[in-house]
Design a protein around this ligand. Structure first.
Ligand SMILES: C[S@@+](CC[C@H](N)C(=O)[O-])C[C@H]1O[C@@H](n2cnc3c(N)ncnc32)[C@H](O)[C@@H]1O
Length: 239
């Protein structure tokens, strides 16, 4: 049985003018408001998470592992469990933020899930049939991304699936619309600009072509974009 009890706390982190903007970190204060922050910041976030569960349910094998990389408070893992119902499965959900892992562990109680506090670059992936990295790869230093993807690829069984969702560097009109999306979701100009400054050297985005070429280099044979909303995409890459 799965017990989920995530609490939504309104994000007001960047509401007040700061004298100094520190680099964005998935620390205690971000963890507390994260569920609200991500929904109000990423267009299509809930659809990606919900459909990740449906896709995972098609690829999970009882004897294979499923990984949720950069699991934060456990939303993707919860969606996967919701989609598989009572089926046997084994999910390893990893994040290098201690507060995120603490929140996920408190939110989601299910014997089929193990939450691990680790850096996804240091994990040896084994015997997986499905791996999800929803909005996580963009936080790895660009020079580490290919080695990380090779590692994931090597841990997948034949015909295993890697689902990766990222913000892309693309159309300016969509960038403007993304700002409108944030305003529409109640963020002020000050909040938007302070958060953008905090993220500047922390979240490094690539073009869609660079992401696809890197997946190809890492040995994924078939990459399909299954979701796009403005400059946010999600890809299914098959081993
Ligand atoms: C945008 S959040 C991911 C959201 C989450 N996947 C979801 O669907 O709700 C990015 C997460 O990746 C984690 N992260 C960033 N770099 C990491 C690394 N090197 N190893 C493990 N986790 C990492 C952060 O701590 C954060 O929780």
């Amino acid at each position: 049985m799965t017990i989920t009890n995530d609490r939504i706390v309104t994000d007001g982190l960047y509401q007040n003018k700061r004298t100094q903007i520190d680099p964005f970190a998935f620390d205690d204060s971000v963890t507390k408001v994260f569920s609200d922050m991500i929904r109000r910041s990423i267009p299509g976030y809930q659809s990606v998470v919900d459909i990740t569960g449906l896709i995972a349910a098609k690829h999970l094998q009882p004897s294979a592992l499923c990984y949720d990389l950069g699991c934060s408070r456990g939303a993707t893992t919860a969606s996967i469990l919701n989609a598989v119902g009572d089926r046997e499965c084994k999910i390893v959900a990893i994040d290098n933020s201690a507060p995120m892992i603490a929140a996920a562990t408190a939110n989601l109680v299910d014997p089929r899930v193990s939450f691990q506090h680790a850096d996804i670059r240091d994990v040896e992936y084994v015997d997986a049939s499905f791996v999800a990295a929803n909005f996580t790869l963009q936080f790895l230093p660009p020079e580490d991304r290919l080695a990380f993807l090779r590692n994931v690829r090597n841990g997948l069984r034949p015909n295993g699936v890697f689902l990766v969702s990222e913000k892309i560097d693309d159309d300016n009109e969509f960038t403007e619309l993304h700002l409108d999306f944030k305003r529409e979701n109640g963020y002020s100009e000050l909040e938007i600009s302070q958060k953008r400054a905090a993220l500047e050297n922390v979240m490094k985005i690539d073009t869609q072509d660079v992401i696809l070429a890197r997946l190809n280099d890492a040995g994924f044979t078939r990459c399909r974009i299954w979701f796009r909303c403005l400059n946010w995409i999600s890809i299914l890459a098959t081993s």
